[in-house]
Design a protein around this ligand. Sequence first.
Ligand code: ZN
Length: 164
Amino acid sequence: MDNNTKYRSAIGVDFHPLTMDKKLTLGGIEIPYTKGLDGHSDGDALTHAIIDSILGIAALGDIGTFFPDSKPEYHLKYSIDLLSEVINMVNNKGWYLTFLDATIIAESPKMTNHLKNMKKILSSRLKLEIDDISIKATSTNGLGFVGKEKGIGAIAISTAKIEM
Ligand SMILES: [Zn+2]
């Protein structure tokens, strides 16, 4: 490890309730399902977790600091566009992402067929190679609100470096 290079990893976690009258968007892609995620903008819990992990790299706060729920201009925005803004913020502080690892927590639908497309979109927004992005999916095996299909969550860890 170069003495002049500093590394950091930072975490992000998010959950949203499932509702009948919204489309399901995760990692910037629309996934066919009978329900969608309610809440802030398009309710993209995966992208929100990634945003919080990226903001954590530069210790800038969380998504609510920059895109508060109270401001209606963010309600119509796609979360994936907010991700691009956040990447620029940390780049301006000198931090550059080197790796992203994330896990979606959902009972259904199955995510397997969608992970490749999510990685493709995230790769272009995060300015990362596809091989430097890991997206996984798990369930709670029927336990709790995720298991009852009342919500979907995500956890993300970003790693970044800065040249001092
Ligand atoms: Zn969220």
